[in-house]
Design a protein around this ligand. Structure first.
Ligand SMILES: [Zn+2]
Length: 182
């Protein structure tokens, strides 16, 4: 406990020291500080000029980029592939390590049970809804969001099997949270 406290105090003291030193530096090196500010401003100016240039030469630059890509395609693709392979390998290693732990195994089992449970409820709700559709208790509609004809059934609440929303594949996935809202 003592260690933590004195550690924090030390950090704070160091910060304070730095602040004082900076202040003193600004006082004694006024010219230098101003010069560095000027340099910063001129850099910002250059940045602005570059940006303007890019905007004015958009087409030319995009053509140049395309040409560059064509010229360097092979090495770019090679690099991308290599990086992807490395990432896959790292992920594999991580998953192997992660799921090898006993607590992860237990969790996986539990999740598996939970998933099966949800799945059962889902299947049941869907079966009831399709039966209701066949019996004319509910009617098929176009996508609620975009009006597309090809629709799927979406259950916002599986405990209410006959309350369905009709959504196209895309809006169904958005409603399920499979893909983000765009
Ligand atoms: Zn839709």
């Amino acid at each position: 406990m003592d260690n933590v406290e004195s550690g924090d105090a030390l950090v704070e003291a160091k910060k304070q020291l730095k602040r004082e030193r900076n202040k003193k530096y600004r006082g004694t090196h006024r010219e230098k500080v101003l010069a560095s500010k000027r340099e910063y401003d001129s850099r910002a100016e250059i940045k602005e000029r570059k940006k303007k240039y890019r905007e004015e030469n958009k087409e030319h630059l995009s053509q140049w980029k395309k040409d560059w890509y064509q010229r360097n395609k092979e090495s770019v693709l090679k690099r991308v592939k290599k990086r992807a392979a490395e990432t896959t390998e790292r992920r594999k290693e991580y998953l192997k390590e992660y799921f090898g732990r006993p607590e992860a195994k237990k969790l996986k089992r539990q999740q598996g049970n939970r998933y099966r449970q949800i799945n059962q409820i889902q299947i049941k709700a869907r079966r009831l809804a399709y039966k209701a559709l066949k019996d004319g208790e509910i009617q098929k509609k176009t996508c609620e969001e975009c009006g597309k004809e090809k629709v799927e059934m979406h259950h916002p609440d599986y405990s209410k099997p006959l309350q369905v929303r009709w959504l196209c594949k895309r809006h169904h996935m958005i409603a399920d949270g499979t893909i983000p809202l765009t």
